[in-house]
Design a protein around this ligand. Structure first.
Ligand code: ADP
Ligand code: MG
Ligand code: ZN
Length: 617
């Protein structure tokens, strides 16, 4: 079988995605290979397909038990004999699996890095023909990254002990240069071919919303996406408790996850979510690493994360199946303070000396600032993210809240003068809220006790709504006309450029939203979403929704029988494609993206029958 036949037979796909083919070819030629592709791009196939074509066993090193379980489950469903060896097995199960491995039962074995150099495993490895060692989530080898795993350092040692050096391949979604160089060094890859694909995930819609009442906004979102599966990320455990509690009381089916819950509850809640028993997970960032659930349709951030890396990683858990999905961040200026507290109380760096700690802190504050500016910018959000990772996007993606908002250039010189003047005249002692309240003419106790009601700029912008003043304030910060200190107090200070506005007579214009009626904005986004759907495969319309629901119910039923998560039976994308093709025969069913021969033989007929009855009905 050639690689295309393997792709079709086992995985049910007709074509490779952009970089997959060259990665696979390279591995098959026996060369070391490093693939850097974003989440959901399809890295697994790049080592699974060669593994099925090469003589000998492929060992896949993976950092998490849940990831291994997921992948092995998927492979078994596709008709591939695969197994995992990790600490979730009892000693008995472990030696049994190792026994089968010795007999050559498995072309693919997933193994935890710590196992590699243990006696029992080495005994097997030295007797077997290891064709390839594939390192998944390879950034775990790098001390620069967030997910460093000391066990990964054993991989090179293990490879050295093998009688014949296997092909070494490595895969990650982390793009930075340091991490890439580290992977090549630490795994001792030999003249590797490095393939990097763009980091854009064009099926994801990005949105930022600054709202007064985040809870109401999130509730409203869930009401409009009742059947969809999604994750709501909160900044703190307390926020998780509150949001989850209120949503439950308001009749939504949600579950929760954070490090303060018992292990048992965490496992149960995670399974409920993965097995589609509960569609929505409310969690801290403790949830998600190793969750490959492909049909997550939205990721909402009930608070701003600490940097763009975290945000893109968390948001990126949406839409792994390539179907349209939405990532919306609900921003509040309080998030900045919360994150600053996290940074100041960071205990991960216990071993560092004071000077090094200060460097790390400075870096973290810098990253937080760039995250904050993501919430302020009026330009394309996707472009902002891609630029952050050193890539060039286009200035207009047409699938983010900024691209879909109509802006107008507004002259904000007067407001800028008031804000800068207020900061100067109050001797640069206050935070943003005091300054904004002052120019707006608020009558709060705080303003009075600070004597700001006698400030010359008090109330000069009383006609401008505070959210607009804040937008101008954010803009001044973004463009460097004002700065904010990096401590807990977040004091607003004048900047070198402040003078240009106050003395130089500089006129300032900025983009301000025209604010079309909300409903209109949503239809725009939805139209866009449909258009962006399955390219060339046709999105499916409301009329076929009921068929989709029927197929989904059948999928759940089968998932229960097979004891695997539903998305491992078929992805949402595959079901959506079935709704479009409406296959009547085996041949037609096999033309559906994601239906391989093995899966067809297992449950293809049941899906055909389901489609047939729904046609009659
Ligand atoms: P990654 O590890 O890069 O995050 P995965 O390997 O988990 O991504 O793949 C993400 C999804 O894309 C899976 O559902 C997979 O089946 C699907 N996929 C991979 N390659 C293809 C392809 N050539 N055509 C269609 N779907 C694919
Ligand atoms: Mg992966
Ligand atoms: Zn955009």
């Amino acid at each position: 079988m050639d690689k295309k036949e393997v792709l079709k037979k086992y995985f049910g796909y007709d074509a490779f995605r952009n970089a997959q083919e060259s990665l696979i070819d390279n591995i098959l030629e026996g060369k070391d290979t490093l693939g850097i592709m974003p989440t959901g791009a399809g890295k697994s196939l790049c080592y699974q397909i060669p593994a099925l074509m090469m003589e000998g066993v492929t060992l896949v090193v993976s950092p998490l038990i849940s990831l291994m379980k997921d992948q092995v489950g998927s492979l078994n469903q596709a008709g591939v004999h695969a197994a995992y060896l990790n600490s979730s097995l009892t000693a008995n199960q472990y030696y049994k699996a190792l026994g089968y491995a010795k007999q050559g039962r498995y072309p693919i074995i997933y193994v935890a890095p710590e196992r590699l150099v243990t006696e029992g495993f080495l005994d097997f490895a030295l007797q077997s023909h290891i064709a390839m060692v594939a390192v998944d989530e390879a950034h775990c080898v790098s001390q620069w990254g967030q997910d460093f795993r000391p066990g990964y350092l054993k991989i090179a040692e293990f490879i050295k002990r093998l009688p014949k050096r296997p092909v070494v391949s490595a895969f990650t979604a982390t793009a930075t240069r340091e991490v890439r160089d580290d992977i090549i060094d630490m795994l001792q890859m030999q003249a590797p071919m490095v393939v990097t694909t763009g980091f854009d995930r064009n099926n994801l819609y990005f949105g930022v919303m600054t709202v007064k009442d985040r809870y109401a906004a999130v509730k409203n979102y869930l009401e409009r996406h009742k059947k969809d599966s999604g994750i709501i990320y909160c900044l703190t455990r307390k926020q998780v408790e509150e949001a989850c509690g209120r949503l439950t009381a308001d009749g939504f089916c949600v579950t929760r996850y954070h490090a303060g819950l018992s292990e048992e509850e965490r496992r149960k809640n995670q399974d409920d979510f993965i097995y589609d028993k509960v569609p929505v997970m409310v969690s801290t960032n403790a949830f998600g690493m190793g969750i490959d659930k492909s049909n997550v349709r939205f990721v909402l951030h009930y608070g701003m994360p600490k940097n763009i890396e975290s945000y893109y990683q968390e948001a990126g858990r949406a839409g792994r199946d390539g179907e349209p999905a939405e990532c919306i961040l609900y921003y509040s200026s309080r998030d900045v303070v919360t994150n600053q507290l996290f940074i100041d109380n960071n205990r991960d760096n216990g071993e560092l000396d004071a000077a090094a700690k200060a460097v790390v802190r400075g870096r973290d504050i810098g990253r937080l600032k760039k995250m904050t500016f993501y919430c302020f910018t009026k330009d394309c959000l996707r472009d902002y993210i891609l630029k952050y990772f050193g890539e060039y996007g286009s200035n207009y993606c047409g699938n983010c809240s900024n691209c879909l908002t109509q802006f107008e250039q507004a002259d904000v010189t007067e407001a800028a003068r008031a804000l800068i003047g207020c900061v100067g005249s109050s001797r640069q002692r206050y935070g943003a809220t005091v300054i904004i309240d002052t120019v707006h003419g608020a009558t709060t106790a705080k303003i009075k006790s600070y004597g700001m009601d006698t400030n010359p700029y008090y109330g000069v912008l009383s006609q401008v709504p505070t959210y607009r003043i804040r937008q101008v304030f954010n803009y001044l910060q973004l463009e460097g006309y004002l700065s904010v200190t990096n401590d807990d107090y977040a004091i607003v200070k004048l900047a070198v450029k402040s003078k240009e506005v106050m003395e130089g007579g500089r006129q300032l214009t900025m983009k301000l939203a025209k604010e079309p009626p909300k409903a209109e904005k949503e239809t725009q986004a939805r139209n866009k979403k449909n258009r962006k759907g399955l390219p060339g495969e046709g999105g499916f319309t409301l009329k076929e929704d009921s068929l989709f629901e029927k197929l989904r119910a059948l999928r759940s039923e089968i998932a229960k029988e097979e004891k695997v998560p539903p998305y491992i039976v078929f992805s949402d994308k595959t079901l959506a494609h079935m709704c479009v093709v409406k296959p009547k025969t085996r041949q037609e069913m096999l033309s559906v993206s994601g239906v391989g021969e093995f899966k067809f033989d297992k449950y293809g007929e049941r899906f055909l029958a389901c489609i047939k009855t729904s046609q009659q009905g």
